[in-house]
Design a protein around this ligand. Structure first.
Ligand code: GDP
Ligand code: MG
Length: 587
C-alpha cells in the first residue's frame, strides 16, 4: 500500500489560485440575495444552496487536502443492499442493515484507523457533527475505524436516495455531492426506478466517478438485468462506469454476505487504494467535474440575482408612478377650480357677497371696492368660515387621492408573486391610506394656510395702515389668495366668468386693489408652489410605505456581476490546472 505517498503535492489542483478562487466564489454565492418571490426563484435558491454546500462540503476541503483518502459514498434506493454491502466489504457489522428503519439515522463513514485524522470536523462535510457511536441524529456523521479498510480509501454508507424521509433524501444528496467516488447500489427490483437515475444523471453531468453495483439479483436474472442496466448506463453518459454484480446470497446472522460475493468489488477498491496515481485520477476527475459544474451553474443564479434587482425596481417604480400621479392629480385639482365648489364657494360668497358686485366688475373697480369694503366689514367670523371650508375641502381632496393611490398601488403589486409576498410581509393594510394621514393632512393644510397668511402679512408690511388693507385684514386677504390659487390654471376670466370663476376674479380684484397686479401674480405663484410642496411631502410618506418594503431588501445591483466575476476566476484557475502547457508536476 502506498497511500501516504505525497501524490497531491505535485498536483496543480493544490495551488492557491484554485483555492482562493473557490473561497471567493462561495462568498459571492452567499452574498447573492434572492428574497423576492419571482417565478422560478425557488429553483435558483435551491441551486445556490447546493453549490454553497458542495463548495463547503467537498470542493474547498478537497482542494485543501488533495492527499486525503478517496471517499467512496455508497448510495442507492431503499433496500438495495447498501448497508449489507458495506458490512460485507468491511467484514463485520459497522452499519445497521434492515428494512425496518428508524425515521432518520446518522450516516456511517468507515476508514482505516491511521486515516482518522483526515475526517475531522474541519474537513469534508463540516456541518455534520462527528460521533463515534451509532445515533439517530441525521446531523451527525459516525466515524468507524476498521483495520480491514485499506489506507487511502474510506467508505460511507449513505441514507436511501428515495427515503420517505425528506431529511434522509437531502442528506443522501449532500453526501453523494461530497464523494470522490459513487458506489451506486441498485437491485433487480429497483434498477429501473426514476429517483436513482435522477441522481446518476447528475453524476454524469458533473463527471463524477461512478461505479455501479447490481445487488440482490437472482443468478438466473443477472445476465438480462446486467445487460439492460449496462445499456441504460451507456445511454445516460455513464458507459465508462464499472459495473459490479453482487450475486444474491445468504445473509449471515451478522448481516454479512459470503466473502466471495463481494470479492471482486473489494479487490477493485483495494487496488484503487493502493495505486496513488489511479486514486488521484479519480479524485481529480470528480473534483474537476464538480468545480466545472458549479462554475457553470453560477450563471443562471447570477441571472436570477439580476432578475431580483429588476423585479424590485419594477415594484418600486410602479408604486412611485401611482403616487406621482396622485400628487399631480391633487395639484391639478387645487388649481383648476375643482375646489371652488360647494362649501368653499358658498362661504366665499357669503364673505364677499355676489350678485351686483360681479356685474360691471371690469369697468367699475373703484366703486366695487368701496362696496366690498362695506360688505366685508364686520364679518370676521365669515372669513373664518371660508378658511375652515378651504381646510376641509383640501383635506378631503388629499385623502381621496391618497386612498385611491393606495388601492391602485396594492392592485399593481398584487399582480406579481413578488408584490404579493411583499404586501403580505408588509403587515399593515397598505391598500388603504395610512391611519394617521388625516391628522397629517390636517396639520399640513393648516400650515399651508399659515404660509399664505404670512405671505400676505409680509407683502402688506408697508400697507398695514392703508384703509384697504385694514378693511379686509390679513385673514380676509389670505382667503382671497387661496381662492385665487384654486382657480389658478382654470383660465376663468373675462367672458368665461361663471359663478365660481367670477368669485375667483373677485378675489383677484380684491388683492390687486391692495397689492397691485404684479404682486398678486407672484403671491399666487408662491402660495401655489407652497401647497404643491406640502402635498408632495404628504404623499411621499404614503409612497414610502411601499418603496421601503423594496428598499429594506437591500438588494445589491452589483452582486450578480460579482458572482459572474468570481465564477470566471474559478474557470481561469481550472484552465491553469488543466492547461496542456503545464507538465505533470504542475510547473
Ligand atoms: N438474501 C439476501 N438478502 C439481502 C442481500 N442484500 C441485502 N439483503 C437484505 O435486504 C435487506 C435490506 O438490505 P440493506 O443492506 O439494509 O439495504 P439498504 O437499504 O440498501 O441499506 C436486509 O434485510 C438485508 O439482509 C442479499 O444479497 N441477499
Ligand atoms: Mg441502509
Amino acid at each position: 500500500m502506498s497511500a501516504d505517498e505525497p501524490a497531491a503535492a505535485s498536483t496543480p489542483y493544490g495551488d492557491t489560485q484554485m483555492l482562493t478562487s473557490l473561497v471567493r466564489l462561495r462568498q459571492a454565492l452567499r452574498e447573492v440575495a434572492l428574497p423576492l418571490e419571482v417565478p422560478e426563484v425557488e429553483a435558483s435558491r435551491t441551486a445556490r444552496q447546493e453549490m454553497v454546500d458542495q463548495l463547503e462540503d467537498y470542493a474547498i476541503p478537497r482542494v485543501m487536502t488533495l492527499d486525503a483518502p478517496l471517499l467512496a459514498v455508497v448510495g442507492g434506493s431503499t433496500g438495495a443492499g447498501k448497508s449489507t454491502l458495506v458490512n460485507s466489504l468491511v467484514g463485520h457489522r459497522v452499519t445497521q442493515p434492515g428494512l425496518l428503519r428508524p425515521t432518520t439515522r446518522s450516516p456511517v463513514l468507515v476508514h482505516h484507523p491511521d486515516d482518522g485524522h483526515w475526517f475531522g470536523q474541519d474537513r469534508l462535510l463540516p456541518d455534520l457533527v462527528r460521533v463515534s457511536h451509532a445515533t439517530d441524529d441525521p446531523g451527525a456523521l459516525q466515524l468507524v475505524p476498521a483495520e480491514s479498510v485499506p489506507q487511502g480509501l474510506a467508505i460511507l454508507d449513505a441514507p436511501d436516495v428515495d427515503s420517505v424521509e425528506e431529511r434522509n433524501r437531502t442528506l443522501a444528496a449532500q453526501l453523494l455531492a461530497a464523494a470522490d467516488l459513487w458506489l451506486f447500489v441498485t437491485s433487480a427490483a429497483r434498477y429501473a426506478d426514476q429517483v436513482p437515475w435522477d441522481f446518476l444523471r447528475q453524476a454524469a453531468d458533473r463527471s463524477a466517478a461512478v461505479a455501479i453495483v447490481l445487488d440482490r439479483t437472482a443468478d438466473d436474472a443477472v445476465h438480462t438485468v446486467a445487460s439492460h442496466l449496462a445499456r441504460m448506463l451507456a445511454s445516460r453518459g455513464l458507459k465508462d462506469s464499472p459495473l459490479f454484480v453482487v450475486h444474491e446470497g445468504h445473509v449471515s446472522d451478522d448481516g454479512l454476505l459470503p466473502a466471495d460475493h463481494v470479492a471482486e468489488i473489494r479487490g477493485w477498491l483495494e487496488s484503487l487504494a493502493a495505486d496513488a496515481v489511479a486514486r488521484q485520477a479519480v479524485v481529480t476527475q470528480t473534483l474537476d467535474g464538480a468545480i466545472r459544474t458549479i462554475t457553470r451553474r453560477t450563471y443562471p443564479v447570477a441571472d436570477a440575482a439580476d432578475e431580483q434587482v429588476a423585479a424590485a425596481e419594477r415594484l418600486a417604480t410602479e408604486a412611485t408612478r401611482v403616487y406621482d400621479e396622485a400628487v399631480s392629480a391633487i395639484i391639478d385639482a387645487t388649481a383648476d377650480g375643482t375646489l371652488l365648489r360647494g362649501e368653499v364657494l358658498a362661504r366665499w360668497q357669503e364673505f364677499v357677497g355676489t350678485g351686483e358686485l360681479l356685474r360691471g366688475l371690469e369697468s367699475r373697480v373703484g366703486r366695487i371696492r368701496d362696496r366690498l369694503v362695506g360688505a366685508v366689514k364686520g364679518k370676521p367670523q365669515q372669513v373664518e368660515r371660508v378658511s375652515v371650508a378651504v381646510e376641509s375641502g383640501l383635506e378631503m381632496l388629499i385623502l381621496e387621492h391618497a386612498e385611491a393611490a393606495a388601492e391602485r398601488a396594492r392592485t399593481a403589486w398584487q399582480e406579481t408573486g413578488a408584490g404579493r409576498a411583499l404586501l403580505a410581509a408588509g403587515g399593515d393594510d397598505l391598500g388603504r391610506a395610512s391611519r394617521d394621514l388625516r391628522r397629517r393632512a390636517e396639520r399640513s393644510v393648516r400650515d399651508w394656510q399659515r404660509d399664505v397668511l404670512e405671505m400676505v402679512r409680509v407683502q402688506g408690511a408697508d400697507k398695514r395702515s392703508t384703509a384697504r388693507f385694514l378693511a379686509f385684514g390679513v385673514n380676509g386677504l389670505g382667503v382671497a389668495l387661496m381662492v385665487v390659487v384654486f382657480s389658478y390654471s382654470a383660465g376663468l376670466t373675462g367672458a368665461e366668468v361663471g359663478i365660481a370663476g367670477g368669485s375667483a376674479v373677485l378675489g383677484q380684484k380684491l388683492l390687486e386693489a391692495v397689492f397691485g397686479d404684479q404682486a398678486v401674480r407672484s403671491l399666487a405663484e408662491r402660495a401655489r408652489s407652497a401647497l404643491s410642496a406640502r402635498v408632495t411631502v404628504l404623499l411621499e410618506e404614503e409612497r414610502v410605505r411601499y418603496t421601503r418594503l423594496v428598499d429594506d431588501l437591500a438588494l445589491d445591483p452589483g452582486a450578480a456581476e460579482g458572482l459572474r466575476q468570481a465564477s470566471r476566476l474559478v474557470e481561469n484557475a481550472r484552465y491553469a490546472v488543466n492547461s496542456p502547457t503545464r507538465d505533470v508536476a504542475g510547473h
